[in-house]
Design a protein around this ligand. Structure first.
Ligand SMILES: [Zn+2]
Length: 396
């Protein structure tokens, strides 16, 4: 194998986050990034394949859902019980009809595979290259994420009560009590979706893509005992769209497959293996990969920790949904939010934490905030993982 050169990875970060800058999926920035990644992979000797797909931007989905829910809530005062329930269900399900009703944007996954004769194992290393819209008010976004499901369920219960014949006055009192919370959450959704600025995404996730490219360059130079695929995913920030489209089209044997996702690796010295995601609907990552990855972190001189990402999504989730083993490696700085951590422990998520890196999804997520030493550390972990006994049982 060739030597891993962190400086080369850093050049990719500069190119993606500084020269190209914001890379919102479906825009010119994302297209330029896709072209750059494709050219880099070609220069290492790969024959990358571009997988195109259409998607509805997340802000459009959020705006339409919020307006539909507000409308359903208001008209429930005037319409008969059964019709109100039907309108509510329509507002909830409207997201599924959007791809047929509104113009779609174009997304692109860049896929490069190193061929190996009858590999015993296949490793997919992935990282998303699109960047996110800046959160207008990060606390408001968090509030909406935490309260959307409870208030929507409360509204559903209210409609069912009416259907069950609860007296009109009692029903009206509950409606009036729920109204401020329900309308505040819907208004919060609209405000959160109103931001125009897009983050340059140096740490999230030019750092992951840069590392993936440098590992791909190193791996291309030597024979590999395992099958290796590198994928730069688009539209992760739109709801894991690129990875979802990828797993729809690909077939892997779950017994001989592992997916390692690289996300936000440049700021913070602490290595984390994502234990799982979600607060209500939970997605647990594959323990056997997590253990192997933790051993690789230790071999690279790091002391890894597990992290339950309660409010964040990662591209590995698309693979878990397709019953394929997968996990995410990330790095972060210490967090000062002890309250959320204590709260998460109380509800049975001992490894939940809030992010220490404060510039995520902001205009300050720039290459200056990324440290070369962190890219180097993470690079050693990924290279250790590629040659680990987990993937190559014959190797020492
Ligand atoms: Zn990310």
């Amino acid at each position: 194998m060739a030597e891993f050169e962190p400086r080369r990875a850093f050049e990719h970060i500069d190119k993606l986050a500084y020269e190209i800058g914001p890379r919102l999926a479906g825009t010119t920035g994302a297209k330029q990034a896709a072209d750059y990644i494709q050219k880099q992979l070609e220069s290492y000797g790969y024959k990358p394949v571009v997988q195109e797909f259409g998607f509805v931007p997340r802000v459009v989905k959020t705006q339409i859902r919020a307006i539909s829910l507000i409308a359903a809530f208001v008209v429930s005062l005037f319409l008969p019980a059964l019709v109100s329930l039907a309108v509510f269900l329509l507002a909830i399900l409207i997201g599924y009809a959007l791809p047929y009703a509104v113009p779609k944007r174009l997304g692109k996954n860049i896929i490069a595979t190193a061929t190996s004769k009858e590999p015993k194992m296949h490793l997919l290393v992935g990282a998303h290259y699109d960047s996110a819209r800046c959160a207008v008010r990060p606390r408001l976004s968090k509030f909406v994420k935490l309260t959307f499901l409870p208030v929507t369920l409360a509204f559903a219960v209210l409609l069912l009560l009416r259907l069950a014949g609860v007296p009109s006055l009692a029903w009206l009192i509950v409606w009036v009590c729920l109204a401020p919370f329900f309308l505040a959450v819907c208004a919060g959704m609209l405000i959160s979706a109103s931001g125009k600025r897009v983050s340059p995404g140096a740490n999230d996730n030019a750092s992951g893509v840069a590392l993936m490219l440098e590992v791909a360059r190193v791996a291309a130079a030597g024979p590999s005992e395992i099958g290796l695929t590198f994928v730069a995913f688009d539209a992760e920030e739109q709801g894991l769209v690129g990875s979802r489209e990828f797993v729809k089209k690909q077939k892997f044997d779950p017994e001989k497959f592992a997916m390692l996702n690289l996300d936000t690796l440049g700021a913070g010295r602490q290595a984390y293996v994502i234990e799982g995601n979600g607060l209500i609907q939970k997605h647990k990552t594959t323990q056997i990969i997590n253990e192997a990855l933790a051993r690789c972190c230790e071999r690279a001189g790091l002391k890894p920790k597990l992290w339950w990402a309660a409010l964040a999504g990662h591209d590995h989730i698309s693979f878990l949904r397709a019953k394929l083993p997968a996990t995410t490696l990330t790095m972060d700085a210490p967090s000062k939010d002890d309250f959320s951590v204590a709260l998460a422990k109380k509800i049975g998520l001992p490894n939940a934490r809030t992010r220490g890196y404060r510039n995520l999804h902001t205009m300050d997520d720039i290459p200056d905030k990324v440290e070369l030493a962190n890219i180097e550390r993470a690079g050693h972990v990924v290279l250790e993982f590629i040659k680990s006994s987990f993937l190559c049982p014959a190797s020492p």
